[in-house]
Design a protein around this ligand. Structure first.
Ligand code: GDP
Length: 360
């Protein structure tokens, strides 16, 4: 599961990516810096994990992670081969969700590709390219499916009819995610970029992180209209803080009037966007947060930890992280009847602590 970071050149994608992953992607003040996408891993901030690890006395603490990819090359005309051409489209298709970074900062030293800061227009430019790319995909699929329909099979006929409606929707400039999904379209929607869930990331200056500015407010309004998620971050502030020792970083944050640069919220929002929830495993050796798709069973969760545990699954002892922390230990939580035994089909909930019993 990975989140693709997209946006026009010079909006701060690489700066965001570097901060998320403290990795090697380079930020430079000119377009087309990053050609091949850089995969990177961000730890999901989770206060529950720390509390649980302290309660259990775990030696090692392992957070859940989200994979991000920095995808450059999106400019006006990209769907027709401008900029880095169509290459970026292939990279976005491989992602499960999209974080769309928009420039909400004014800085005359940083070139804007269209010569002005207007995040709503930027979003429209990017979305138009993505919709055009999808329209192209759907038209090619219609041709293919129509040929198959001539052979007299029923399935391609139903799909061709359904695709015609989707084509109209895209041709009107609307993203596939707002089209009512239907059975015959399931496979086609899986190949479309604008069917992926999206999160808008308003990148503001350090002075605007506390209250936002007119640009970020416009992005928030647009996100609300689309029913999309939105977070406000300051990539510049986050990058500057990374250079400072902990105490000074906290003072700096206090000076600009916030507790965080928005990155923690961003990572958590991306995690939710992927449809992930967290369960924990905890012993003296290691306390760990595991990402799992919402709706997964205990047996599936066991498989996240180890394939042997899934194969030999017997049952899971399950407690809520807060009950365990309040009881002070797993044994005391058990004594207080806060731990229950669940079978393979139990649907795991966010915040569950699992102790899996299995046959080897
Ligand atoms: P990308 O092309 O979208 O990957 O953008 P980069 O991350 O390479 O950033 C382009 C330029 O904008 C760099 O010089 C960054 O330092 C600068 N930049 C990024 N975020 C901010 C910000 O929040 N405020 C200001 N003033 N500059 C920023």
């Amino acid at each position: 599961m990975r989140v693709g970071i997209v946006g026009l050149p010079n909006v701060g994608k690489s700066t965001v990516f570097n901060s998320l992953t403290r990795g090697g992607a380079e930020a430079h003040n000119y377009p087309f810096t990053t050609i091949d996408p850089n995969p990177g891993v961000a730890a999901v901030p989770d206060g529950r994990l720390k509390a649980l690890a302290e309660t259990i006395g775990s030696r090692r603490v392992v957070p859940a992670t989200v994979d991000f990819v920095d995808i450059a090359g999106l400019v006006k005309g990209a769907s027709e081969g401008e900029g880095l051409g169509n290459r970026f489209l292939a990279h976005i298709r491989e992602c499960d969700a999209i974080a769309h970074v928009v420039r909400c900062f004014e800085d005359e030293n940083v070139v804007h590709v269209a010569g002005r800061v207007d995040p709503v227009e930027d979003i429209e430019t990017v979305n138009a390219e993505l919709v055009l790319a999808d329209l192209d995909t759907v038209e090619r699929r219609i041709e293919r499916v129509s040929r198959a329909a001539k052979s007299g099979e029923r399935k391609p006929v139903a799909e061709a009819e359904a695709l015609a409606g989707l084509r109209e929707h895209l041709a009107a400039g609307r993203p596939a995610r707002t089209y009512p999904a239907s059975g015959p379209l399931e496979e086609a929607l899986g190949t479309l970029i604008t069917a992926k869930p999206v999160l808008y990331v308003a990148n503001v200056d350090e002075d605007s992180i506390a209250g936002g500015n007119a640009h970020s407010a416009a992005v928030e309004r647009l996100a609300a209209q689309e029913g999309a998620g939105v977070v406000r971050i300051s990539a510049r502030l986050e990058a500057e803080l990374a250079e400072l020792p902990g105490e000074e970083a906290r003072e700096y944050l206090a000076a600009v009037g916030v507790e965080s640069t928005g990155f923690e919220e961003f990572i958590r929002a991306a995690y939710r966007l992927l449809g992930l929830i967290t369960f924990f495993t905890a012993n003296e050796n290691e306390c760990r947060a595991w990402p799992i798709a919402r709706g997964s069973t205990a047996r599936r969760a066991a498989g996240r930890v180890h394939s042997d545990m899934e194969r030999g699954f017997i049952a899971a002892e399950v407690g809520h992280w807060k009950d365990v922390v309040e009881a002070g230990s797993w044994a005391r939580a058990r004594e207080a009847a806060k731990i229950r035994l669940e079978g393979r089909d139990y649907v795991v909930e966010d915040g569950d602590v699992l102790l899996i019993r299995f046959n080897v």
